[in-house]
Design a protein around this ligand. Structure first.
Ligand SMILES: [Ca+2]
Ligand SMILES: [Ca+2]
Ligand SMILES: [Ca+2]
Length: 204
């Protein structure tokens, strides 16, 4: 009888031991698997958020760079006295623009021709033109004009023969470019007073 009693008590204890985990539902293969999956999902979400944050920062940097490249850039300059003395073109005034991306540039220039020949005929003339990077190739048409006087000098530094040149360039590659007003001398002796130039990037 004593042994049977001991066996009965032992069986009850075993049954209780098996039942406890099921009642608490705090462990076991299914619960462990769910917790592990949640952990993995959270980690994946964290990784995705970090990647999104990095992508957002990169996009922001790219947007800022694009904005800089798109920004209108311009420059202007003035030169009071320019004295070409032969058929060779002399740069009277110029500016440099650095393009962040390929684009066209509006170039406007002006000057005042003055005849200064000492001997008759005192009248003088010459040609003036726009140049991009020391060449006319970047401009789709001629910009050459002929400021001057054929026979009669009626100019002084305060009463000039004013002239202007204008153009929109062809699409220029990104990088630094020079834009110049260049003049030479034909007959007589002339100077170009008050040379001015403006260059503004206008499009891609
Ligand atoms: Ca001259
Ligand atoms: Ca030049
Ligand atoms: Ca005149």
């Amino acid at each position: 009888m004593k042994n049977r009693y001991v066996v009965l008590i032992g069986s009850m204890a075993l049954a209780a031991a098996v039942a406890v985990p099921a009642l608490g539902q705090s462990s076991g293969p299914t619960a462990t698997s769910a917790a592990s999956a949640k952990k993995i999902a959270n980690q994946a979400k964290k990784t995705a958020n970090k990647a999104q944050s990095t992508a957002n920062a990169a996009q922001s940097t790219a947007n800022a760079a694009q904005s800089t490249a798109n920004a209108i850039t311009g420059s202007s300059a003035y030169n009071g006295d320019c004295d070409p003395n032969s058929a060779t073109f002399l740069d009277c005034v110029g500016v440099t623009l650095t393009l962040g991306q390929p684009g066209r540039v509006l170039v406007n220039a002006s000057g005042g021709q003055v005849s200064i020949s000492a001997a008759a005929p005192t009248a003088a003339d010459g040609d003036c033109r726009l140049e991009v990077d020391d060449s006319t190739a970047g401009i789709p048409h001629s910009t050459t004009n002929q400021p001057g006087e054929a026979t009669t000098d009626n100019t002084t530094p305060t009463a000039e023969n004013g002239f202007a040149n204008t153009a929109v360039t062809s699409v220029l590659p990104a990088g630094a470019h020079t834009f110049e007003l260049s003049c030479n001398e034909g007959v007589g002796d002339q100077v170009i007073e008050d040379s001015m130039i403006s260059a503004v990037r206008i499009s891609g």
